[in-house]
Design a protein around this ligand. Sequence first.
Ligand SMILES: [Zn+2]
Length: 373
Amino acid sequence: MLRLWRRHTPKCPHRGKGRDYTNCRCPIWTDGELHGERYRSTLKTRDWQRAIRKIATLESPDAPRWKPVKEAIEAFKKHYSYLEASTQRKYKNILEHLGDFTKEAGVEALTEFTVDHMDAYRAGRELSKTTATKELQLLRQFFGFCFDRKWVEENVAKRVKAPTNVKPKPVEPYTTQEIIKIIAACDQFGRTSYERLRARAMVLLMRYTALAISDVATLARDRIRDGEILVFRQKTGNLVRLPLPPDLEMVLDALPPPRGMESNEATHYFWNPATMTRRCVVGVAERTLAAVFKKSGVVHAHAHRFRHTLATEILSRGGSDQDAADVLGNSPAIIRKHYAKWNVQRQDRIKSLMQTVHSGTFLAQKEKAAVTV
Ligand SMILES: [Zn+2]
């Protein structure tokens, strides 16, 4: 059963009489037990009759459940714990901001979170357009997740408009010169050959296979067999086999086993799971690469640019959007969005198609005649 009460505003003359005094126009709240769980929420009205009708809908079996924001965030994080560590960190950061915001705003459960809260939250974030758009995408995902579980009445994040005119960052593949500089830097950074050989292998793996840095750092030895590497693409859930170029194979063969292991017991190329967590080995790999990039002097060098490089190479050698998508583990739509101008197959097709259109149509013939006359 739910009961109604008024949450007196600071200005209400009946404030001192407590919440059971209801003969004023203060906002109406409800609490009690709903669908077997504790429920407490504003009814977003000051009209008593309306509040009664709202309670009736709440008590219907399809109404949203009382779910503390904190618990919902934990459930969401747990649900997506299979994603890459870097993605999970991004989710965690944003959701932490959201958690702090709701705490300050006095929002305990998701049912209390309104579009106004959403606006206030976003106004307080002061993000760039691109980051704000990405954050909104995650918030929509989060509230969608909560909606599916009947913790919210609607996906409030969907009611907020995304910033317009957000251009995707221009894709900048590495030039050959830049790649040479990065590979050379692998031999000049750090103190020992152990670090240098590992850095070189990591760079070449990313360069030839577009693996994410976390996948490189945790690459198991049994993934490479008969000159091929078996890559699992998390985003698409696809397995793809890619050939290994001989120079990469040589570098991998020369790799010292991870510290604390003999070569015959190494299960991974860069990782000793007995002494290091996954998070830790990925962190080490990230720092190694950062040091290499810095040493190389290549401006805006970043692990992700290896993926851009491979994608543009596939497309400029006649590969299709689907080919690039399969290799990179993206969707063809993403490939089209970011790499359209490198797609020679598409350009050639458009060119010959347009030539046919221009030369072959009846109208074109007539126009030609008109021009010559
Ligand atoms: Zn009042």
